[in-house]
Design a protein around this ligand. Sequence first.
Ligand SMILES: Cc1cc2nc3c(=O)[nH]c(=O)nc-3n(C[C@H](O)[C@H](O)[C@H](O)COP(=O)(O)O)c2cc1C
Ligand code: SF4
Length: 514
Amino acid sequence: MILVVVLVIIGALVVLAVVDVVQTKHPVRRNYPLIGRLRYMLEEIGPELRQYIVTGNDEERPFSRDQRRWVYASSNNENQYFGFGTDSKMDEPQYLIIRHAAFPFSPPSDANSPAVGDENYLPCAKILGEFRGRRKAFRPQSVVNISAMSFGALSGVAVEALNRGARLAGCLHNTGEGGVSRHHQHGGDLIFQLGTGYFGARNPDGTFCLDKAAALVASTPAVKAIEIKLSQGAKPGLGGRLPSAKVTEEIAEARGVPVGVTVVSPPSHTAFNSVTTMIDFVEDLAVVTGLPVGIKSAVGDRHFWHELAHEMASTGRGPDFITIDGGEGGTGAAPLAFTDHVSLPYRMGMSEVFSTFARHGIHDRVVWIGAGRLGFPAESLLAMALGADMIYVAREAMMAVGCIQAQKCHTGRCPTGVTTHSKWLTRGLDPTDKAVRAGNYIMSLRHEMLMLSHACGKPHPTLVGGEAIDLLLEGETSVSLWDHFRYDKAWWEPTNRRAESLIDTMYQPGTPSA
Ligand SMILES: Cc1cc2nc3c(=O)[nH]c(=O)nc-3n(C[C@H](O)[C@H](O)[C@H](O)COP(=O)(O)O)c2cc1C
Ligand code: SF4
């Protein structure tokens, strides 16, 4: 009798294990049959357990449980509502409060325009490359886009899921500095990133090759813009080294380097070494490819930004877009001292650089992109009120395709297959299923950004502005975002004019809905 019971239990476990291995929805269960189920069971009883032990919903970093839950629910198109009211500490300094309008905006219901009937339609208020008349200037159709993460840092299936997700959400997908791989070519539009290794556009000695960059752009129509990476928030001023064992055939092909030979990315660019030569580099790339060209940087040395703004104001030349990456940004791997202490967080960095450009009167000539834990509705609204025209999401998009914030990205043993090249671990990540989740997450974020702007009485988040956002200070006082960062309301006039003309095309005249 006991033997029969034991056999039945073993049989049931085998069946469950087979179901885990065969199903494609949950990478953790697929990679760790049976054991993976424990995670879901613990998640289920987690709220009850946490009432007595461990952390609160808002305590974990870099992303709190509430934030992760919001990403997971959005990506699964599940109920994103939270019951009972907030559990945030609404009296903590720097806490963000949005001042809603007495009369919210109601989109017209009978207009014959792209925005009506599409609750996620949220294009950029500016045209990328317009100011400098780039041949292939265009209006990005999504203010939320996928930030740079290379094939190499991410698995091929994760890159594929993100690219397919970008196509579904109609947003741009940044390749990261590791070049354009075959995983990037599943229908999503690309921003081709060039770091100091110039992968995909380099000579055998590692220097930049303009002809190769032009050839890559010509043969890859999905590439819509180029981003030159000066630095990233999590590890500014650091180069990189990809050991020979990791330079597989696929990685070598994407990067344009020999298989099995260690690749070094120096800390600094070899194609330019000053603001003037950097601008020459930008202009050469833009002229040859016709594409808008931008730079990405974390914010450290102030002098660089003053010089860049001065040079751009006096010559009319320079990058079409500037990505400001906050020091809170992510990475595959970096020394703790760099992730924790080098470069300003987004709010400080963006406000410092944007103010510098505004004082030179040229902030409106640039499309600004913000990054650094901004992939949530209220944070992205704040990012835009500080000047961003668009935001980038990296780790939030990783969570949408399965990342559970296990923070083992640097070990090569990511349990969800997102940042590993282990065949066993990546087989759990189904790129077509996860593409839908990435797309859903991005569309949900746009949708909630729109909901917040409507609550503030504005049809587009660009128009909300920092007077509608308060930061709490000590002692139950608050300050408006623009006062806190000493912004001048007049800086917003050109941007508002631009956004208003976009709104005319988003919502053609119609009867306001009830
Ligand atoms: C795994 C990983 C790889 C990354 N690789 C790059 C890269 O190749 N180039 C780059 O500019 N930034 C890279 N980043 C930084 C992100 O693009 C982004 O700027 C940063 O994580 C902030 O966005 P987030 O807070 O939404 O993650 C990487 C980040 C992660 C997590
Ligand atoms: S190791 Fe952890 S944090 Fe990194 S991608 Fe995988 S699940 Fe996410």
